[in-house]
Design a protein around this ligand. Structure first.
Ligand code: APR
Length: 234
């Protein structure tokens, strides 16, 4: 793919980019939600009904992050950001910190972050590498009102305005490792301008595959480094 080096890029990633780092995807046969029914853990209602279960679910996921390392796909996207001359925005649906640890900086976690806690009383957001529970106190206001800084189903994803502005202006939109099941990310294609190039890199065609000009099938750790090398002409 040839593109001028100052072109504007928007890259969307989903659980598939972290699969080869050992973090399970949501809809695979052994998917994350299989062990916990979605409505049991990832909704505001679940948190109201059974906060201890929801805290435990995210504590387990937060702990499992320590054993995972960024893979070649995460590292390739960080390299692209360093070497690309144009704007690049990386929008991830993932709440893991693998893009962060790989070195991506122009990074937006639209579904929140496992390693952050948010106070329901004063809205302060703090780094949170450890467990939290109903008695966990907010470092800013001191109230026992900290929750995972995760966007749950029925809640509005973060920084949507900034994402849509970037989509409308981009010259290339690349979707990596996402199934196209969950909106609004599954509908980002509709916000991309008519002149933009669109590519999907995925282990199998997503539900939105037909909307992309080009689709490449394979593992992220193979497809993404090759795609980045192509963009950089190296
Ligand atoms: N390389 C590339 N793609 C892969 C790989 C891999 N090694 N392994 C799996 N995939 C693909 C799958 O084919 C699938 O299309 O990644 C996608 C993962 O899809 P999901 O499990 O649905 O994850 P995701 O699309 O990120 O889910 C979106 O749904 O559950 C909510 O909030 C949660 O952010 C999540 C959102």
């Amino acid at each position: 793919m040839t593109l001028s080096r100052d072109a504007r890029l928007v890259i969307l990633t989903g659980a598939g980019i972290s699969a080869e780092s050992g973090l399970r995807t949501f809809r695979a046969a052994d998917g994350l939600w299989e062990n916990h029914r979605v409505q049991d853990v990832a909704t505001p209602e679940a948190f109201q009904r059974n906060p201890a279960l929801v805290y435990r679910f995210y504590n387990e996921r937060r702990r499992s992050l320590g054993g995972a390392q960024p893979n070649a796909a995460h590292l390739a996207l960080a390299r692209l950001e360093r070497e690309w001359q144009g704007d690049l925005l990386l929008v991830t649906q993932n709440v893991d910190d693998l893009h962060d640890r790989a070195g991506s900086r122009n990074l937006l976690h639209m579904h929140g972050e496992l390693l952050k806690g948010r106070c329901q009383s004063c809205s302060a957001i703090h780094p949170w590498p450890d467990d939290m529970d109903v008695d966990t106190r907010c470092p800013t206001c001191g109230r026992a009102a900290v929750r995972p800084h995760i966007v749950w189903f029925h809640e509005l994803p973060l920084e949507m305005e900034r994402i849509y502005q970037a989509l409308e202006r981009c010259d290339l939109f690349v979707s990596i490792g996402t199934s196209g099941h969950v909106y609004p990310a599954a509908g980002f294609m509709e916000a991309v301008g008519p002149a933009a190039r669109t590519v999907e890199l995925n282990l199998e065609p997503s539900l939105r595959a037909s909307a992309f000009q080009e689709g490449r099938i394979g593992k992220a750790t193979e497809l993404v480094p090759a795609f980045v090398a192509e963009l950089l002409g190296k």
